[in-house]
Design a protein around this ligand. Structure first.
Ligand SMILES: Cc1ncc(COP(=O)(O)O)c(C=O)c1O
Length: 378
């Protein structure tokens, strides 16, 4: 049976080149980058080369880059780290469509006495800039807005958002885990104060990420230890992972983006030919590899499992919790009814996805949806 992985927004495989670059740092050049001897210095050199490489990619001339264990940690460090450092300002603005690691960090801070404003979004998933402006007050410490949404792929205009934040005297953090390397980001031009990125969405290893922080900003560390990463993030550095991260950022080229955009457009066009479907998210300002679709009168988990049996791997936005079927907070925020949200599936493409893959997937989706709709008692 064919195997077609269309869940690259969840994670990507480590590419061969990345794996090759990482390999020596497991058992050959395994020194601790904090050690003075030549083995340690070699490891440190590799880490610093990567730091420079990532900063160059983002034009981060006025930012420090702190390596972390991934997007979740970077988002926690940005939000809690700023909050702990600035206890006099107790208002944070975010959106209803953030990744859970931002939402749950904010909810946790709410329990500690913080006021959190969760901005709504329109039916395509865009933040209303007037609403943002209206909500910033003098107690507002931070605005945290996801760059490209992980479920529906909508890309926010960070430049406009940062202009508003800075005119009103607040700080902007953005979670760019999904957009990094797919959408150009220039942290100086867009004036972004803190930026979260990670490696496993871009053919790098899991468990590595980074937080960019404007040089003059300070965050309180979440971990206390040996003063690594300028004291902001203690813990022996994951050298092989960091080297893999650095190599991975070279992997996605403009050609890959054009390829994914073409296939994404083809798949959206074909999906629209199926009766009673809705494409979720913006059609124009959308990640090159994201397709989120609602099939009326079919259930998302059933679609994903049926496709899995046919060798196609996709994701549903709805998450099964222990005893309730909780619908996706992102799809609810863009106005989908609960039953429609449950009929939604995300397909995310990779640079290896081919036109034949899309044809095969479309044929199988059509068959699966017909079958499930026939079986639907309603
Ligand atoms: C937008 C976004 N933010 C944060 C994360 C969390 O990143 P990590 O898995 O590296 O902790 C993810 C990955 O699922 C994501 O898509």
């Amino acid at each position: 049976m064919k195997k077609i992985y269309l869940d690259y927004a969840a994670t990507t495989p480590v590419s061969e080149k990345v794996y090759e670059k990482m390999n020596p740092f497991f058992s050959d050049c395994y020194g601790n980058p904090s050690s003075l001897h030549s083995q340690g210095r070699k490891a440190k050199e590799a880490v610093e080369k990567t730091r420079k490489n990532i900063k160059n990619k983002l034009n981060a001339k006025k930012h420090k880059l702190v390596f972390t264990s991934g997007g979740t940690e970077s988002n926690n460090l940005a939000i809690k780290g700023l909050a702990y450092k600035n206890p006099s300002k107790k208002h944070i603005i975010t959106t209803k469509i953030e990744h859970d690691c931002v939402l749950n960090t904010c909810k946790w801070l709410e329990k500690q006495g913080y006021e959190i404003t969760y901005l709504s979004v329109d039916e395509e998933g865009f933040v209303n800039l007037e609403e943002l402006e209206k909500n910033i007050k003098k107690e507002t410490l931070l605005v945290s807005i996801i760059h490209a949404n992980n479920e529906i792929g909508t890309i926010q205009d960070l430049k406009k958002i940062s202009q508003i934040c800075h005119q009103k005297g607040t700080i902007l953090h953005s979670d760019a885990c999904q957009s990094f390397t797919k959408v150009p980001i220039d942290v100086i031009e867009e004036d972004i104060d803190l930026l979260t990125i990670n490696a496993h969405k871009i053919y790098g290893p899991k468990g590595v990420g980074a937080l960019l922080i404007k040089d003059y900003l300070n965050v309180e560390p979440l971990f206390h230890g040996g003063h690594h990463e300028e004291g902001i993030r203690s813990g022996t550095l994951n050298v092989s992972g960091i080297v893999g991260f650095g190599e991975a950022i070279n992997e996605i080229s403009l050609k890959n983006i054009e390829h994914m955009t073409k296939l994404r457009n083809k798949m959206i066009k074909e999906l629209k030919n199926i009766k009673d479907v809705r494409i979720n998210g913006s059609l124009e300002k959308r990640l090159c590899n994201n397709i989120n679709v609602t099939f009326k009168d079919a259930e998302g988990e059933s679609i994903v499992l049926h496709l899995d049996n046919r060798g196609i791997f996709a994701s549903t936005g709805s998450a099964c919790s222990s005893n309730t079927l909780k619908s996706s907070h992102v799809l609810s925020a863009i106005g989908l009814k609960q039953e429609d949200s449950h009929g939604s599936v995300r397909f995310s493409l990779g640079k290896e996805t081919t036109e034949e893959d899309i044809d095969y997937v479309i044929t199988n989706i059509k068959e699966t949806i017909s079958l499930l709709r026939e079986m639907n008692p309603l």
